[in-house]
Design a binder for this molecule. Structure first.
Ligand SMILES: CC(=O)N[C@H]1[C@@H](OP(=O)(O)OP(=O)(O)OC[C@H]2O[C@@H](n3ccc(=O)[nH]c3=O)[C@H](O)[C@@H]2O)O[C@H](CO)[C@@H](O)[C@@H]1O
Ligand SMILES: C=C(OP(=O)(O)O)C(=O)O
Length: 434
């Protein structure tokens, strides 16, 4: 297994580019099952999750080619309707297969995805939505069985305790685009990744009104055709880069950063006093200055609110910004696995309920061996390492590789000292003992 060694406190400078969005690409890959014609997906990030989704489609019978590292050609002429546990358990987003299988095959057997360290991730809203479309839905032996032969349009309210559901909306839209009749989805998620999926479906011939809003109206069509579609850039990756520049007090241009998709984060960065400018529709420059930031309070919310997927990285920034900051998680109340690791680097953070109470320090964090627990926690630790004094060793970076394309290489392009090494290179306790 590899680890990252980050030698911190190096000034960063230059341009860094966000890749295609994982959370747009995964449901878009699933949507290729809606047609027997070829779909070409461009700007797909080179990530383990995306390669894995490619394998899943292949296991279902699709012909999957990758003519270039970020381009995939998928033709799902004849497919099966069963996605087994062995494959599905490895990636939560494989639940997105449910909608296309219902629409195309009129039946689906998809294993329930496994648990997740960021908290419970039920799919009751996905299943409620399918029932409202006249599907017979049964959960048995760890699988969801859907019989959709009598499916029809319907009226679905997708609001849950924490707002709407992103992959639930994706599933329902994909199920409805080829289900006879009109489907109306209220309280639909409107994350940019959901919008991107809808645009892809429109390009295949789907009829969807209200794209980008919380109310979608879908008229089922008999068939969809192939398409060539470019995935949007990753707003979470871009946001992580903006935060990296802020915490290392560096002058960095982030490309693939669409201000329109980053409004809540940019608003908070402005409130914190960060000097940044929007240089074009997809490029933002940060001009970090020593000691210029003040603490801000954050509450994570569904889009267009502050995204939970950049909460951990903001915790890192606030832990090195003098003053008191409170970060509250409204999407995943237990998503604070990064906190004990940041504490090992010297951060002063207490968890109370769904909030992190952060006493930001004026002295830098200090490098330490730390353990990544999930994707965004890993990113938060890498960023902490960039700003800390000394060496930070981040273990279990397979989490990072799920969602950040070549992060170490990209950061080296800005002058960061980041090396990917076999874990046997990590210093043993006796080497580091004082
Ligand atoms: C692959 C992908 O796109 N992943 C993203 C997606 O996950 P995902 O689509 O799984 O997240 P959801 O939007 O479904 O979940 C939001 C909240 O609703 C709850 N809920 C969800 C579904 C349901 O049927 N019942 C229910 O109660 C969840 O437990 C959570 O508290 O959106 C999350 C919220 O922006 C992001 O953190 C993930 O990165
Ligand atoms: C939680 C995330 O992903 P997933 O839903 O694939 O676990 C994420 O992208 O931060």
């Amino acid at each position: 297994m590899d680890v990252l060694r980050i030698t911190g406190s190096q000034p960063l400078e230059g341009t860094i580019t966000a890749s295609g969005a994982k959370n747009a690409c995964l449901p878009i890959f699933a949507a290729t099952l809606l047609t027997g014609e070829t779909c070409v997906i461009e700007n797909a990030p080179d990530l383990s999750d995306v390669r894995f989704m490619g394998k899943l489609l292949e296991a279902l019978g699709a012909e999957v080619e990758r003519p270039a590292p970020n381009t995939w050609r998928i033709t799902a002429k004849e497919i099966a309707h069963r996605a087994p546990y062995d494959l599905v358990r490895k990636m939560r987003a494989s639940v997105c297969l449910l909608g296309p299988l219902v629409a195309r095959m009129k039946q689906a057997e998809v294993s329930l995805p496994g648990g997740c360290v960021i908290g419970p991730r039920p799919i009751d809203l996905h299943l409620k939505g399918l029932s409202k479309l006249g599907c017979e839905v049964e959960v048995k032996n760890g699988y969801v069985f859907v019989d959709a032969k009598n499916a029809h349009g319907g009226h679905v309210f997708l609001g849950g305790r924490h707002g709407s559901t992103v992959t639930g909306t994706a599933n329902l839209v994909m199920a409805a685009v080829m289900t006879p009749g009109i489907t109306r989805i209220e309280s639909a998620a409107c994350e940019p990744e959901v919008v991107d999926l809808c645009k892809m479906l429109l390009s295949m011939g789907a009829k969807i009104d209200g794209v980008g809003s919380h109310a979608l109206t879908i008229e089922g069509v008999e068939r969809l055709g192939g398409t060539t579609f470019r995935v949007i850039n990753d707003r979470i990756e871009a946001g992580s880069f903006l935060l990296a520049a802020a915490m290392t007090e560096s002058n960095v241009r982030v490309e693939g950063a669409e201000a329109e998709h980053l409004a809540a984060l940019l608003d908070k960065l402005e409130e914190a006093g960060l000097d940044y400018s929007i240089e074009s529709a997809d490029a933002i420059r940060v001009r970090g200055k020593p000691g210029s930031l003040k603490p801000v309070d954050i509450i994570t919310l569904p889009h267009p609110g502050y995204p939970t997927d950049v909460q951990a990285q903001m915790c890192t920034l606030m832990s090195m910004t003098p003053g008191l900051s409170i970060i509250t998680e409204r999407i995943y109340p237990n998503r604070f696995m990064h906190v004990p690791e940041l504490q090992r680097m010297g951060a002063d953070i207490a968890i109370e309920g769904a909030s992190a109470i952060i006493k930001g320090k004026s002295s830098p964090l200090s490098g330490a061996p730390v353990m990544a627990s999930d994707l965004r926690a890993s990113a938060a630790l890498v960023l902490a390492g960039l700003a800390a004094t000394g060496d930070t060793w981040v273990q279990r970076i397979y989490h990072l590789d799920r969602g950040y394309e070549k992060l170490d290489e990209k950061l080296r392009g800005l002058g960061a000292k980041v090396e990917r090494l076999p874990d046997s290179e990590m210093p043993k306790d006796e080497d580091t003992a004082a």
